[in-house]
Design a protein around this ligand. Structure first.
Ligand code: 0L1
Ligand code: MG
Length: 263
């Protein structure tokens, strides 16, 4: 069992790393007893710190590590989740400044916005779809606070699953307007194809990742709330961001979403 003071201290170090745009080294080296469950306790503390100091509110949740490729890379068998805050939302009409980010990467996602609460422990894909108000193309900027993105599963969970910023397209789609298994996705970087994928690359169906999360959250007394935005997991690998870059995600049947990085 790790002491509460230690959990508070790790949460504060992660908060400070983001605030000061600096990196930390992974905590499992120092605390090999750090478990996934304890890491979610640290994540809760980190979110409380950010809400208090940044005067912001929770806007939703994100899935991470949903692709088999990323899970194998990290030697884990399950995804992770993190919390989205209102001040992480960026407007796609405005160029993105990298000034406050450490080593940002960007990835295409499908956002689900909920009209009903969704509580585990036996949430199904059908229930996720029924509780969804609309979906929208999205991108997530991930910016691990760990040196060189070097971490284990508990480390990354404590660090709010590397979440940093998110961008939603303005068009809304009903869940039955597109094929959430076979829908193609092309992710371009400076007009060159960076990667292609299909919606089903996220655990066979992005709503399956959300069902997994709803079933995990209830064990911590938490749930998806009406109004929440949920990023359901990356469809491709993440692209490193540099000044002047442009990124576009085009999903079959949905309006494409482009973001530009400040020069
Ligand atoms: O959203 C994600 O898939 C990121 C989860 C954490 C892994 C990473 O930082 O690469
Ligand atoms: Mg992501």
């Amino acid at each position: 069992m790790m002491k509460t003071d230690t959990l508070d201290q790790i949460a504060y170090e992660l908060y400070k790393a983001e605030r000061d745009v600096s990196e930390v080294t992974k905590f499992v080296d120092q605390y090999p007893e750090l478990t996934v469950e304890t890491a979610y306790d640290i994540q809760d503390k980190l979110i409380e710190l950010k809400r208090m100091h940044e005067q912001t509110t929770i806007s939703g949740l994100k899935l991470g590590l949903t692709s088999k490729a990323k899970q194998q890379m990290m030697g884990v068998h399950e995804p992770s989740y993190g919390v989205l805050l209102a001040n992480m939302a960026l407007n796609p009409q405005l160029p993105i400044s990298l000034k406050s980010l450490i080593h940002p990467k960007i990835e295409p996602e499908i956002a689900f916005v909920f009209k009903e609460d969704l509580r585990g422990p036996i949430v199904t894909v059908a229930q996720v779809l029924k509780a969804t108000d609309y979906i929208a193309p999205a991108m997530e900027i991930i910016d691990s606070r760990y040196l060189n993105f070097n971490f284990t599963l508990p480390d990354v969970i404590a660090d709010n699953s590397s979440s940093s910023r998110y961008i939603l397209g303005s068009q809304k789609y009903a869940v039955n307007e597109v094929d959430l298994v076979n829908m193609g996705c092309i992710f371009t970087h400076n007009d060159e194809i960076f990667a292609t994928s299909t919606a089903g690359s996220v655990m066979g169906h992005p709503a399956r990742a959300i069902a997994w999360m709803a079933n995990k959250l209830i064990a911590r007394g938490q749930h998806i709330r009406a109004g929440d935005i949920v990023l359901s997991g990356a469809l491709t690998g993440a692209a490193t961001m540099h000044a002047g870059d442009s990124f576009t995600v085009s999903f079959d049947g949905m309006e494409s979403l482009t973001v530009e990085v400040e020069r």
